[in-house]
Design a protein around this ligand. Sequence first.
Ligand SMILES: Nc1ncnc2c1ncn2[C@@H]1O[C@H](COP(=O)(O)OP(=O)(O)OP(=O)(O)O)[C@@H](O)[C@H]1O
Ligand SMILES: [Mg+2]
Length: 449
Amino acid sequence: MTNDERDARTETTWQTLRRGLALSPELRTGLAATLGLALVYMVGRVAVPVAVQQGIDRGIVGGLNLDVVWSVVAVTAAILVVTTACGYLMMRRLFTVSETALANVRTRAFRHVHDLSMLHQQSERRGSLVSRVTSDVDQITQFLQWGGVILLVNLGQLVVTTAVMLAYSWQLTLVVLVAFLPAVLVIRQLQRRLGAAYATVRQRTGTLLGAVGESVVGAPVIRAYGIAGRTARRLDDAIDNQRLAQQRAIRISIVGSSVGELAAGLALAGVVVLGVTLGVDGTLSIGQLTAFLFLVTLFIQPVQIATEVLNEAQNAIAGWRRVLDVLDVAPDVADPGEQGRDLPAGPLDIRFAGVRFAYPGGPPVLHDIDLEIPAKSRVAVVGETGSGKTTFAKLLTRLMDPSAGAVLLSGVPLAQVRFDSLRSRVVMVPQDGFLFDATVGDNVRFARP
Ligand SMILES: Nc1ncnc2c1ncn2[C@@H]1O[C@H](COP(=O)(O)OP(=O)(O)OP(=O)(O)O)[C@@H](O)[C@H]1O
Ligand SMILES: [Mg+2]
C-alpha cells in the first residue's frame, strides 16, 4: 500500500488532530497563558455593547446625565485598550508557538524521508514525497497561524456573546439560535464532504509537484528522446486534475458560506422585528435593544469566520494526515544506533551467507548467494544487464536488507553495525552520478569536506 492510497482511508479530523498534537507537544507550550489572554480579549469585546447599554439607559433616556455618559466613555476606552493589548499578545504567542512546532515537524519529516530505505523512496513517486514535507506542511502552518487562532477566539466569543445575550433577553436569543440551527447542521454535513474533497486536492498537488519536478530534473533526457510533447501533455493532465479537485472543494465551501450568510440575515431581521415588539411592550429598553443588535453582530461574525476557517482547516487536516503518514512509516532499514557495533579496524573481509533478495512485488533477483571475499583482495563482479550487480552492491552497503540470509563484514552482521561506522568504511559509487548544486570541487569533497 503506498501512502497515497492510504490517504483514502477514513480517519476522523479529531483523530488526525490528536495524532498531530502528540507529535508536536511544542504546540501546548504556554497554552494556559495564551487561553487566559484570549478570554480577556473576548470578554472585553462583549463588554463594549454592555457599556453602550448602560450609557443609553442611565445617561440619556429619561434626562441627560453627562457624568454617567463620561464615565461610560472612560470605562469603554479603558476596556478597549486592555482588549487590544491582550489580543496582540495572544496572537504573538500563538504565531511563535505554531511556527516553532511546524519547523520541528518539517525537520523531522525531512530526516525521516532520508531514513526510509531506497526501496520506499522508489516505490513512492519522489515528488509526492517532497510535497509532503513542503506544500503539505505549509498548509498546516497557514491554518495553525491564521485559522487555528481565529477559530479558537471566535468559538470563545460565540459562547461569551450567547451568555450576555441570554442575560438581556431569552426571547431574542432564541430567535438568533433558531435562525442559525439549520445552517449549523448543513455546514456540518458539508464539512464532511469537504474533508474528502481536500484529501484529493492534497494528493493531486503532490502528483503535480512530482510531475513538475520530474520534467525539470529530467529535461536533458526529455530533449534527447524528443518526448517534449508527451511530457507536456502529462504535465497538463496533472495541472488539470489538480485544478478540478480544487474547484470541487471550493464549490462546496461556497455553499457553506452562503448558508451562513442567509442565517445571519434571518437572525438580524428576526431580532429587529421581535425586539421592537418587546420594546413597545416595555419588556426591553432602547439601550438593551441597541446592545442586543451589537451583540448579534458579535455573534454573526464568528459564525461566518468559523465557517471560512473550518474550510481552510479541512485542507490543512488533509495535509497534516499526509505528513503524519510519512512519519508513521517505520524505516525498514534501521540504524541500530547506540546498541549497534563498530566495524573492526583494518581491512575488512566480506561474507554473503545464503543471501536472497527480491524487490517488492518482483521476482527473486539474487538466489542463495554464498561467497567470501578476503580482505585486501580486488574483485570484479561481471554479469549481463539486469543480472543483479547493483543489487549486490546495495546489499553490501546496506542500502537495503536481504529477504533471507545475512551479509557479514569481518564476521559482524551488517544489521548490527552502526550507520556512522558503516558509512565511513564502506561506500558505493553509483553508476548514475548526481551533482549537487555546488562547484565540481565541492561535489568531490561532498561526503568528507
Ligand atoms: N528499484 C527496483 N525495483 C524493482 N526491480 C528492480 C529495481 N532495481 C532493479 N530491479 C530489478 O532487479 C534486477 C537486477 O537489477 P540490477 O540493477 O541489480 O542489475 P545490474 O546487474 O546492476 O544491471 P546493469 O548492468 O544494467 O547495471 C533487474 O531485473 C531489475 O529489473
Ligand atoms: Mg547496475
